[in-house]
Design a binder for this molecule. Structure first.
Ligand code: PAF
Length: 298
């Protein structure tokens, strides 16, 4: 059967002619052509991998047309070197997104997103205190910058549904909070963490790992998975220590933090019964590359 005919029958939302759009004006005219289709949105910073693919595939299967954004947002980087070294591969990304059936790849410049004389990069958001723990104090300004770009993108794209991975668990909780608080009528779809066969959470930063660091990195997931069996068998403090030691026993890895938190408030707990749902969250360095991961404990 012809590819087009096959896609029309079995994947009616798959769009063959993807548009790559770089300006807001262009985006506006393309957005009009999407009519009253349900718009799914997958915001990304590019350097796309199978984790993004799982979000895009889901969006394509659930929405009439899918917009993917590809923008390395300067306002969410608290470390200039991290921003400068963040992988940028727009051509590869474009082919990747097209093959998944998205309708539009929106790849604006910094000037388009934050034009001189506007205050989009100065807005301060109420994040409901969800930024007080975990990544928040370790990456000052990160979540506010993330809220700046996500709200800006939501206002431009005007999606019905937006897809985010649970790898950035705290980011997802914060987005759910401000979407509700600011009255955006957008359904936020939580998607499970995509992992490699060896358990490593897929991340654009994995591209920066040396072969030795890449070999070590799956020990993060191996170690945090062990925490599931520690629940109720030792104190929370002992579990945090045990997981930290497991990760650090690989000399190529260095734990920045391991926290066991209330899955809704993200506040670290001292006791297993402090919350109905608990999540272990962590950040670990492999050389200069900072990797984050998390797992549901109960
Ligand atoms: O998760 C990311 O890649 C980014 O934080 C996001 C949501 C695309 C905003 O820049």
């Amino acid at each position: 059967m012809q590819k087009t005919k096959f896609l029309r029958m079995f994947a009616p939302n798959f769009i063959l002619e993807m548009k790559v759009v770089k300006t807001l004006a262009e985006f506006d005219s393309v957005r009009k052509t999407l009519g009253d289709k349900t718009i799914g949105f997958v915001p990304t910073m590019g350097a796309l991998h199978e984790g993004h693919a799982s979000l895009i595939r889901r969006a394509v299967s659930e929405c009439g047309a899918v917009v993917v954004s590809d923008f390395v947002n300067p306002t969410q980087f608290n470390n200039k070197n991290d921003f400068n070294t963040y992988p940028r591969v727009l051509e590869e990304d474009s082919a990747f997104v097209k093959a998944l059936g998205a309708a539009v790849l929106f790849a604006p410049s910094v000037e388009e997103m934050y034009p001189a004389g506007t205050d989009y990069d100065k807005k301060v958001f109420d994040l409901g205190g969800l930024d007080k723990y975990g990544e928040g104090p370790r990456r000052p300004g990160h979540f506010n910058g993330m809220a700046q770009v996500v709200t800006r993108l939501f206002d431009i794209v005007r999606p019905d549904m937006a897809y985010f991975g649970e790898k950035d668990y705290q980011q997802l909780a914060i987005i759910e909070y401000f979407v509700k608080k600011l009255g955006y009528g957008i359904k936020i779809v939580r998607c499970p963490i995509a992992r490699g066969a060896d358990g490593l959470a897929l991340s654009s930063r994995n591209k920066l790992l040396t072969p030795a660091q890449r070999e070590a990195a799956p020990n993060i997931y191996r170690s945090i998975s062990k925490a599931v069996d520690m629940v109720g068998k030792m104190s929370v403090k002992e579990a945090v220590k045990a997981v930290t030691e497991l990760i650090d026993s690989d000399s190529r890895l260095r734990t920045e933090y391991v926290e066991i938190v209330d899955a809704s408030t993200l506040r670290p707990v001292a006791d297993w019964n402090e919350a109905g749902h608990l999540r272990l969250t962590c950040a670990v360095y492999a050389g200069q590359v900072r990797l984050i991961d998390n797992i549901a404990l109960k």
